[in-house]
Design a binder for this molecule. Sequence first.
Ligand SMILES: Nc1ncnc2c1ncn2[C@@H]1O[C@H](COP(=O)(O)OP(=O)(O)O)[C@@H](O)[C@H]1O
Ligand SMILES: O=P(O)(O)OC[C@H]1O[C@@H](O)[C@H](O)[C@@H](O)[C@@H]1O
Length: 457
Amino acid sequence: MRCSGRWARAMAILREFEENCGTPIGKLRQVADAMAVEMHAGLASEGGSKLKMLISYVDNLPSGEENGLFYALDLGGTNFRVIRVLLGGKDGGVVKQEFEEVSIPPHLMTGSSDALFGFIATALANFVATESEGLHPSPGRQRELGFTFSFPVRQTSIASGNLIKWTKGFLIDDVVGQDVVGELTKAMERIGLDMRVSALVNDTIGTLAGGRYHNPDVIAAVILGTGTNAAYVERAQAIPKWHGLLPKSGEMVINMEWGNFRSSHLPLTEYDQDLDVESLNPGEQIFEKIISGMYLGEIVRRVLLKMAEEAAFFGDIVPPKLKIPFILRTPHMSAMHHDESSDLRVVGSKLKDILEIPHTSLKMRKAIVELCDIVATRGARLSAAGIVGIIKKLGRDTVKDGDKQKSVIAMDGGLYEHYSKFSTCMESTLKELLEKKFLTTSPLSSLTMAQALELLS
Ligand SMILES: Nc1ncnc2c1ncn2[C@@H]1O[C@H](COP(=O)(O)OP(=O)(O)O)[C@@H](O)[C@H]1O
Ligand SMILES: O=P(O)(O)OC[C@H]1O[C@@H](O)[C@H](O)[C@@H](O)[C@@H]1O
């Protein structure tokens, strides 16, 4: 009786959580509409919305005919990458590329500016030293560097911008408000590395530019990695807060910083509130905290902890490791969620290896997989609603009769790339949102909305 009472209590906790995470199609439509409204508000004036809608100064996207040797570095929320690429012009495409990826030492995320940028400059110098034959710049030509920086920056030009705030797991006070290109340039000079930063872009804009290099129909980009964000191509005339010269192209890429989106329609739970309060940036990045890779595993841990504390889900003793924030990472959650074995042995091994919970029954493991599915489904469906918000803002959510318009969204990020149940759910939700919309407007169009919208990884 005691066990069955505990089991019932644990299942009640799980059912309540599932209820509060619900994303019925009507709610997703409200989220999409709210995203479009906030986009307009963020373009109208500085501070007009939680969406910063940052001007990127990128008003000319790649044509695919570029040529030459280029270096890039990408500072993300978890990984740091250095890349060199030789582009071969119209017919040559990407002739050769080499890259190295390193995990960012956690202590650098909360240390000093000199330590972080010194680490970056040194890694870059080491990479430049490995240039192989055929990958040298033309004699006398300074090496140029594209700097992809995955944090909100108020750009002051294509190659300069001041950090607005840190997000994800970073918190380095002496960089906030500083020009991150200046910080990197000083670090490169300190070690005698002769390179010029010719562009500073957010990683969503890098993804959009990379997508457009291959496909002229790319109009937006979404990152689902450690954090989440989106960028898209806006008409320069549609940016009231922009008082600069109108670009020749008539276009301006906008970094939405959609991770900071907030709406009363978002299905937030007590676990999300607690996670936010205890985070490095309380009150900020709420959308990011319920859909991106840094946080999904942590949400699962918090629900399991409540089930353990209030329903003795793992027995009379609450497993000590279960109390450690962020000990359960999203890749661990993903492995459990994708466990196809009949006895859910992957779930069992993760619980044993990560949380030191050696014995679990099959029905416990099934409940844990169900919990992973609830968290991932909410994140995936909200991501799709965000994309539909962009499409709606651009007036591309309906296809006029006979119109062959294609809207391609460039996708990137380790969560999207590796968590297949997440990305599959996101894509099916997009179809659900667009097909329904399509059927209520003009069912005779040559393209269904789902066909008119394509995701490019
Ligand atoms: N196998 C996986 N399953 C689910 N999520 C994953 C997996 N591997 C990585 N991730 C998520 O992707 C994030 C890394 O994203 P990535 O885009 O590679 O780097 P960054 O966020 O530093 O730019 C990790 O923080 C993690 O949350
Ligand atoms: O590539 P990452 O680390 O997942 O970053 C995605 C997004 O993470 C958010 O936290 C940042 O504010 C964005 O600027 C960034 O684009």
